[in-house]
Design a binder for this molecule. Structure first.
Ligand SMILES: Cc1cc2nc3c(=O)[nH]c(=O)nc-3n(C[C@H](O)[C@H](O)[C@H](O)COP(=O)(O)OP(=O)(O)OC[C@H]3O[C@@H](n4cnc5c(N)ncnc54)[C@H](O)[C@@H]3O)c2cc1C
Length: 330
C-alpha cells in the first residue's frame, strides 16, 4: 500500500482551485515519503483537465468514465473513487472541504473502517512513523489540534479550501493518464438528481476576490449593505459578511466568512462593524491586510488589523468611499 490519491473536482472552466491546492498538499507529503501522487478526475471533463492536473503536481491521472457520473451524484462518485482506491491502494486519500468532499471523505473512511481528519489546514509526514500529521482547528477555531492516524490503514483527510497555496502550472511536467471504467452498478445510486438551480451572482467570487468588504452586526440592518456593495464595486472586489448578519437574514449565507462559512485570502479585507470573533477570523486570518472600522477600540478585530478606524461606520464610510473613489480614478 502506498501513494497519495486526490479526489479531483472539475468545473466548467476545468480543474477547480481546490484540486490544485490538494495536489500541492500531496506534493508536500510526497516530498517526505517519496509516494506517487495520483488524482482521480470523474466524468466527461476529466480528459480535458488531465494535462493541467499533471502540470500542477500529479504523477498519474485516472480519467474515470461511467455513464452514471454524468450527474453529480454522491453514490456514483463514491463508488467510482472507491474503485480507483482498489486499483491504486493509496495510503493517503485527500478530499477538499467542499460540499462533495465533506460528504465523500467520511463515507470512504467508514467503508475502510478508518478515521477521517476533517478541516485540515496543514499536513506533514512524521519521519518516525511515516504517517501523516494533520493540523485542524478545534473548539470553534479557538485552538489547533494535531492529529495522526493509528494503525496502518488508509489515512483520509478533508482539507480546508485556501489552506494550501497551489503550485504554479509547470507545462514541462510529465505524467501518465489512465482511462478507467469503474463498472458502476446502477443499483448503488440511491438518490436521484431532480433539478439543478444555478445561483446567479454578480462580479467577483468571494473566495477569489482580491478585495473583500465585509459587514457585521454593527452595520445595523440589511440596507447598509448597499454602501458596502458600492465600495466593493469601486475596488473591483466582493462583499462578505459575518455569521451574525447572515443568521439575521440581512444577507444570504453564501456571503458568510468564517469557520462555518467561506475562507477568503484577499489582499485587503475591509471589515465594517465586525467584532472579530475567533470563528469569523478562522475564515479571513490569511488576508494580507485587514482594515477595521469599528466604534469599539477594544474590539478583537483591531488585534488582526493593519489599519483601523475607531468610529461609527455611518460617519466614516461616506468619506472613506469618496476618498477611495478619487484614488481609484486618479
Ligand atoms: C460553532 C460556531 C461557528 C461559527 N461560525 C462563524 C462563522 O463562520 N463566521 C462568523 O462570522 N461567525 C461565526 N460564528 C459566530 C461568532 O462567534 C460571532 O458571534 C459572530 O462572528 C459575530 O458577528 P459580528 O462581528 O457581526 O457581530 P458582533 O460580535 O455583535 O459585533 C458587532 C461589532 O460591531 C461594532 N459596532 C456596533 N455598532 C457600530 C457602529 N455604528 N459603527 C461601527 N462599529 C459598530 C461593535 O463594536 C462590535 O464590535 C460561529 C459561532 C459558533 C459557535
Amino acid at each position: 500500500m502506498g501513494g497519495i490519491l486526490v479526489f479531483g473536482e472539475i468545473g466548467q472552466n476545468g480543474l477547480q482551485s481546490i484540486t490544485s491546492e490538494l495536489l500541492a498538499a500531496a506534493r508536500g507529503l510526497s516530498a517526505g515519503s517519496g509516494d506517487e501522487v495520483t488524482v482521480a478526475l470523474l466524468g466527461s471533463g476529466a480528459d480535458a483537465a488531465s494535462q493541467d492536473a499533471i502540470a500542477r503536481g500529479a504523477d498519474k491521472v485516472y480519467s474515470v468514465q461511467d455513464p452514471l457520473l454524468e450527474d453529480p451524484q454522491a453514490d456514483a462518485q463514491l463508488g467510482a473513487f472507491e474503485a480507483v482506491c482498489i486499483e491504486v491502494k493509496p495510503s493517503v486519500a485527500l478530499f477538499g472541504r467542499t460540499p462533495v468532499g465533506r460528504d465523500l471523505g467520511p463515507r470512504l473512511a467508514f467503508r475502510h473502517g478508518v478515521g477521517v481528519a476533517q478541516d485540515c489546514i496543514e499536513m506533514t509526514t512524521d519521519s518516525a512513523t511515516g504517517r501523516v500529521v494533520a493540523t485542524r482547528p478545534v473548539y470553534g477555531g479557538n485552538a489547533l489540534a494535531k492529529v495522526t492516524f493509528p494503525g496502518d490503514g488508509m489515512q483520509v483527510l478533508v482539507v480546508r479550501p485556501k489552506a494550501v497555496e497551489p503550485l504554479g502550472a509547470d507545462s514541462s511536467r510529465t505524467g501518465e493518464v489512465v482511462t478507467f471504467n469503474p463498472g458502476l452498478d446502477p443499483s448503488i445510486v440511491r438518490a436521484r438528481l431532480v433539478q439543478t438551480v444555478r445561483q446567479e451572482s454578480e462580479g467577483v467570487r468571494l473566495e477569489d476576490a482580491v478585495v473583500v468588504v465585509g459587514g457585521g452586526r454593527g452595520i445595523g440592518g440589511a440596507e447598509a449593505f448597499e454602501m458596502l456593495h458600492e465600495l466593493a464595486r469601486i475596488l473591483g472586489g466582493a462583499v462578505g459578511a459575518s455569521r451574525a448578519v447572515c443568521d439575521a437574514g440581512w444577507i444570504d449565507h453564501s456571503y458568510q466568512v468564517g469557520l462555518t462559512g467561506k475562507t477568503i485570502t484577499p489582499d485587503i479585507y475591509i471589515t465594517v462593524g465586525i467584532s472579530g470573533a475567533s470563528q469569523h477570523m478562522a475564515g479571513c486570518a490569511a488576508s494580507k491586510n485587514i482594515v477595521a472600522i469599528n466604534r469599539d477600540a477594544d474590539a478583537n478585530i483591531f488585534k488582526a488589523a493593519s489599519f483601523g478606524v475607531v468610529g461609527d461606520w455611518k460617519n466614516v464610510m461616506p468619506s472613506f468611499i469618496e476618498t477611495v473613489r478619487e484614488l481609484v480614478n486618479s
